[in-house]
Design a protein around this ligand. Structure first.
Ligand code: GCU
Length: 412
């Protein structure tokens, strides 16, 4: 099966666009590598008992902060303003709310949360929480969802172009998710930090850095993850949502973000990374598809400056991405890939689960152990890990959601 899958990868590789700048899609060219062992302390001593994990976890988290994601500020005291309530949204399926969450004391930087609470099912409802790349109004064609106001647009920076209403409805099948009894909550990522190389001056990072970033100051991914925790702060204050049953999810760059949010904030009960790729679930040392050096060059603002030291130098990384998964243990984690998304290295994404399994086992739960690449569209759940490869391109579609809902049904 591995061979068949790899042969598929090879034939697809020839179709990849030229922008993939010399990326490797040949499994036989993956360099030999040794992964760091999550169950060994930095001083070389082994982690033998479950009760030692807490200490090792703190050590690993610190290394990821210092060398990759950067250091985020502590949670501020938040203020919320309920902007809008639509009691019978989506044909009576849900109550829709828009909530302003003020992210810093002056009240100038805020994010607007879009929340749908299902009318069916038990209350308070479990929820899926994830950022969007398309504005809240891009996730649905519902006319009631507000367009960003002028202050929001100011903070999106000079490159912002407003998305069309409903532009990405395929990635946000609200009706389906709500009909399964889950609330859905989203925020436009640029409300927190604009996703542009030169936009540092407009987002939340500069406010907390006082305009002077250090080599280990938070990157944009960390800022987005921090924003997810602030959204969870709000959900904990909303009686319609059960904040102890919130699944954090994200696609692609936001999949990287969801993993980090889940690693940092143990209140997230379940974590889903959809096509998260390089610096998400994929093992960096494989250098298959997108590499760390390419990512650091094209998106230098996603991670902290220290991370640049590992461009073309993956062997010296003090961690690899399986340890990011390990930081989520023992909570349930789901990693998904797409068969044509070689840029994100589907096999490397799967292997991270396999290599995080020893930590899940130490904590009393199972995970994946087979090195065999799973078959396309044969989703698997083992212990507290879930995985599938959807047929097709880099995207988040109804098929993916159906697996996430089934996984959440087991654990939330
Ligand atoms: C680029 C980037 C990826 C990222 C993706 C996305 O392709 O290289 O790392 O995951 O954008 O966010 O869609």
């Amino acid at each position: 099966m591995v061979k068949m899958f790899l042969a598929g990868l090879l034939s697809l590789a020839t179709l990849l666009p030229a922008f993939a700048d010399g990326a490797n899609y040949d499994e036989s060219k993956v360099p030999a590598y040794t992964l760091p062992d999550p169950l060994v302390f930095d001083n070389g001593k082994p982690v033998r008992k479950a009760r030692q994990w807490k200490k090792r976890r703190a050590e690993l988290l610190e290394t990821f902060r210092a060398e990759m994601f950067g250091r985020e500020p502590a949670a501020p005291r938040l203020r919320y303003e309920l902007l809008k309530v639509v009691p019978d949204a989506l044909g009576g399926l849900a109550t829709m709310k828009e909530v302003k969450v003020l992210l810093e004391p002056s009240g100038e930087h805020y994010m607007v949360l879009l929340l749908f609470v299902p009318h069916a099912g038990k209350s308070p409802a479990p929820a899926f929480l994830g950022l969007n790349v398309c504005n809240n109004h891009g996730t649905t064609s519902l006319e009631e969802v507000s367009l960003p106001d002028s202050l929001q647009v100011l903070h999106y920076g000079p490159y912002y172009k407003r998305m069309e209403r409903g532009e990405q409805t395929r990635r946000w099948p609200y009706e389906y998710i709500l009909s399964q009894g889950y609330a859905c909550c989203t925020v436009f990522m640029d409300d927190i930090e604009p996703d542009e190389r030169d936009s540092y001056d407009f987002g939340i990072r500069t406010v907390y850095d006082q305009g002077k970033p250090r080599a280990d100051s938070w990157g944009a991914v960390s800022a987005w993850a921090w924003g997810l925790s602030r959204a969870l702060d709000y959900l904990a204050a909303d009686p319609d949502v059960d904040a102890a049953r919130v699944a954090v999810h994200g696609h692609s760059r936001l999949g990287k973000t969801a993993l980090w949010a889940g690693a940092v904030d143990e209140r997230f009960a379940l974590v889903i990374a959809n096509d998260s790729g390089c610096s998400g679930a994929a093992l960096s040392r494989r250098a298959f598809g997108e590499t760390l050096s390419r990512l650091n060059r094209v998106f230098p603002y996603w991670f902290c400056d220290n991370y640049k030291r590992y461009s073309d130098n993956e062997a010296s990384l003090p961690f690899d991405q399986h340890e990011l998964i390990a930081l989520i243990a023992p909570r349930p984690v789901y990693v998904a890939s797409a068969s044509e998304d070689l840029w994100a290295d589907p096999y490397g994404e799967y292997l991270s689960l396999v290599h995080a399994t020893p930590v899940y086992r130490l904590l009393g739960y199972d995970g994946f152990s087979s090195l065999e690449m799973p078959e396309i569209e044969v989703p698997k759940v083992q212990g507290r890990m879930g995985h599938h490869i959807r047929n097709g391109k880099h995207d988040m579609q109804l098929y993916d959601w159906q697996q996430y809902v089934a996984f959440a049904n087991r654990f939330l």
